[in-house]
Design a protein. Structure first.
Length: 255
């Protein structure tokens, strides 16, 4: 049975390692050294790399890992600027890896960047920087319409789907979420749990779709309370969920 653990990188990145006790896949290795150390510590053999988008903190370790590990296959979006890719993926493609045995469907999750993809099956989604716990990624390349469509794809996944994002941004995201959704009791409860978890030095991930639909304002853009709160704060009159999302993302950028 496959297991997953987080490899810490940079200040707040997580490189996810999916393994069967012998063979391993890593997701978004921004650095090679912590991956190498984790593989040695767990006595694992690297067999594949998955990439969600082109940002350096997600791809910076790819070439070094390929050189060290017999030119392992690298799956990722169709972007020629990502060095080392061997399999270029689009929505609807299927990634099947023999060891560890796993099959993943590809979703296009554009918005944070316009090459962003995710990997999903009946248990989990590796969503990169699209959806965070209680937040979402910055909109570097997309539009509100595009990004909101991507988030809607994730919100439509089964509620027990585990959400493996790639940054420990949870506490900062929760502060903003409580600011725009202060009457949400589920959010207050989750925030207390997250603060206690981080105080113990533990990570807050993965989350799941059910939890995110209850606490994440970026998945709750149709909630009238959030619409009213963000409209009042930014002196706007958003007409639909996409405009609420755009206002939330703009306000979060300067929060």
């Amino acid at each position: 049975m496959n297991q997953i653990f987080a490899i810490s990188a940079f200040d707040d990145n997580y490189i996810w390692c999916l393994h069967d006790g012998k063979y391993a896949i890593v997701v978004d290795p921004g650095q090679a050294k912590p991956v190498e150390e984790a593989l040695i510590s767990a006595d694992l053999t690297l067999t594949a790399i998955l990439i969600t988008h082109h940002h350096y903190d997600h791809v910076g370790g790819v070439l070094a890992l390929k050189e060290k590990h017999n030119d392992v296959p690298v799956y990722g979006p169709k972007n020629p600027n990502i060095k080392g890719l061997t399999h270029n993926l689009s929505e609807g493609d299927i990634v099947s890896i023999e060891s560890p045995s796993v099959t993943l469907n590809v979703l296009e999750l554009h918005g944070h960047t316009m090459d962003h993809i995710g990997y999903v099956n009946e248990d989990l989604v590796f969503c990169g920087d699209t959806l965070f716990s209680a937040g979402c990624g910055r909109m570097f390349e997309g539009t509100p319409e595009i990004f909101y469509k991507s988030l809607s794809k994730l919100a439509a996944l089964p509620e027990n789907t585990k959400v493996y994002c790639t940054h420990e941004y949870t506490l900062a995201n929760l502060a903003f979420a409580k600011h725009v959704d202060p009457e949400n009791m589920a959010l207050q409860e989750y925030s207390r749990w997250a603060e206690e978890t981080r105080a113990l030095g533990k990570i807050t991930l993965p989350s799941d779709i059910k939890t995110q639909k209850r606490i994440n304002p970026f998945l709750r853009c149709e909630d009238k309370r959030i619409e009213e709160n963000i409209a009042k704060e930014m002196n706007l009159s958003p007409a639909n969920a996409v405009e609420v999302f755009a206002a939330l993302r703009s306000r979060k950028d300067s929060y």
